[in-house]
Design a binder for this molecule. Structure first.
Ligand SMILES: NC(=O)c1ccc[n+]([C@@H]2O[C@H](COP(=O)([O-])OP(=O)(O)OC[C@H]3O[C@@H](n4cnc5c(N)ncnc54)[C@H](O)[C@@H]3O)[C@@H](O)[C@H]2O)c1
Length: 458
């Protein structure tokens, strides 16, 4: 049979992915650059904060925060004394006030706000106590350890009127802001499916962290650390593991859902302009790669229905048993928007036939030729008026960088202007994780969020 290629089809077929032509990446400038640390900020305008939790994440947040202009760390609380030393090292202040009791920080009138990076089972207490004490708070993700705790945290924000920001830093990234703008402007047309994926494949990536040598009841307050979750006597073998690897157990953590899926959900909600819990979730997974005594899955795939998605499925997959980069793929009638840690790519599609329908290979010759002739007459675009098939690629800073998100928080503490990732946003994102966990533990049955009773139902 005679091959019939229009000029447009030829151009598209020869140009690579989805028939589109790639252009070199453009570097996306940050729309809200952070001023340099050296910028003069008068004492009356400076923000004074204290840390609660100076562990793996808290140490990074502290190191990032002290590079921001007009922001001063004046104290730090942690239950392990080794982290008092660490806070002094990071701030370069050997006299930094440190304590095991975070309430001593909340009682101080000279502290404006708190940055908290404690394990998940402590989030609610820290947020409720800080807001009740009149402090604004940046609290790490996932906002809550349980759905009920999230409800109480939203209530605390509402009752006290304090600024609460949850720590999914993608929400303050330039790349996600650009993706949000493009989706809203119709770059991918009608959204038909959203997928997100992330994978790791090493013991550290799967939270088998090395417990600090010498951790003991002399330098660590074990009972306070585990309070609200368990009531275990100190166990010289297990307690240091629970302390360092708490993500592995549901008593303290929220598994791969609260650790990583929450980033995918928060970023997606931000880029799509959504702020709601999922309507329905079905999740499967298992402890497949790291059967080390943990009770949370190391592989977790969740399929979501969102009211605002108007039927488009959302499929998010986390895998601690195979390395793969964090990628979102927003698929729509006008193409694909792929968002990765350091940039985005837009693969446009016209959504229209670019050639006569191949169905007509089942027509007799004369009929087929007549159809071809007519088709070309009606569809071939005028030269120079062909639809754009260029792939747009933008490069930018890491969407995992915490400094922009910290800057959003401290700016809001000063201006009192509301911010995006507040307790309501954080709660909706955390609910998606709690629902994925609930469905997994119920064997993959669909679960829904019942707002009237604030419970997850199946
Ligand atoms: N946004 C991100 O990309 C990101 C990355 C890693 C961790 N996190 C989040 O940060 C939080 C902390 O994680 P981590 O890996 O740093 O944990 P970690 O165990 O390394 O550190 C937590 C620290 O909090 C301290 N702590 C616990 N309860 C306390 C209390 N009541 N008062 C004072 N200190 C207390 C512990 O002693 C510990 O030093 C978690 O919620 C985690 O999900 C976020």
């Amino acid at each position: 049979m005679k091959k019939d290629f229009s000029r447009r089809q030829f151009l598209q077929r020869s140009a690579g992915f989805a028939g589109a032509a790639a252009i070199s990446p453009i570097f996306l400038k940050d729309p809200n650059p952070i001023p340099p640390r050296t910028m003069y900020v008068p004492p009356s305008d400076r923000v004074r904060f204290a840390m609660i939790g100076v562990g793996m994440q808290g140490s990074g947040l502290l190191a990032g925060a002290v590079t921001l202009p007009g922001v001063d760390c004046v104290g730090a609380a942690d239950l392990w004394d080794g982290r008092h030393t660490l806070a002094k090292e990071i701030t370069g202040n050997p006299n930094l006030f440190t304590t095991r009791k975070y309430k001593e920080l909340l009682d101080r009138k000279d502290i404006d706000c708190i940055v908290a990076a404690v394990p998940d089972h402590w989030h609610k207490r820290v947020v409720v106590d800080a807001t009740a004490a009149g402090k604004d708070i940046y609290c790490e993700k996932p906002m809550s350890h349980t759905a009920a705790e999230g409800v109480a945290m939203v209530e605390a924000q509402k009752k006290t009127g304090r600024i609460v920001q949850i720590g999914s830093q993608r929400v303050s990234s330039a790349v996600c802001a650009k993706a949000k703008e493009m989706i809203a402007a119709g770059a991918i047309g009608k959204v038909t499916l959203i997928e997100g994926t992330l994978g790791r494949n090493d013991p550290t990536g799967a939270w088998e962290y090395p417990p600090p040598p010498g951790l003991s009841l002399q330098n660590f307050d074990w009972d306070t650390w585990q309070s609200g979750a368990t009531n275990r006597p100190w166990d010289a073998d297990m307690s240091p593991k629970w302390f360092a690897r708490w993500r592995c157990w549901k008593e303290y953590g929220t598994g791969v859902a609260g650790d990583l899926l929450v980033h995918l959900v928060s970023g997606m909600n931000f880029m799509m302009g959504w702020n709601e819990p999922p309507k329905k979730v079905m999740a499967l997974g298992g402890i497949i790669r790291f059967p080390d005594g943990r009770n949370m899955p190391d592989v977790h795939a969740a399929l979501y229905e969102y009211a605002s998605a108007a039927g488009a499925p959302v499929y998010l997959r986390l895998n601690l048993g195979c390395e793969n980069p964090e990628i979102y793929r927003f698929q729509g009638s006008k193409g694909i928007l792929e968002v990765t840690e350091f940039g985005l790519a837009h693969y446009p599609q016209t959504g229209e036939d670019s050639a006569p329908s191949y169905y007509t290979s089942g027509y007799p010759q004369a009929m087929r030729e007549a159809y071809f002739k007519e088709w070309h007459k009606e569809h071939d675009p005028e030269i120079t008026k062909e639809p754009s098939t260029e792939i747009l690629t933008l490069k930018t800073w890491d969407f995992d960088d915490m400094r922009p998100h910290l800057w959003t928080f401290f700016s809001s503490v000063k201006s009192r202007k509301p911010l995006t990732e507040d307790a309501v946003f954080g709660h909706n994102a955390a609910l998606a994780c709690h629902m994925a966990n609930e469905s997994y533990f119920r064997g993959g049955v669909p679960v829904t969020w019942d707002a009237a009773t604030s419970t997850i139902k199946s």
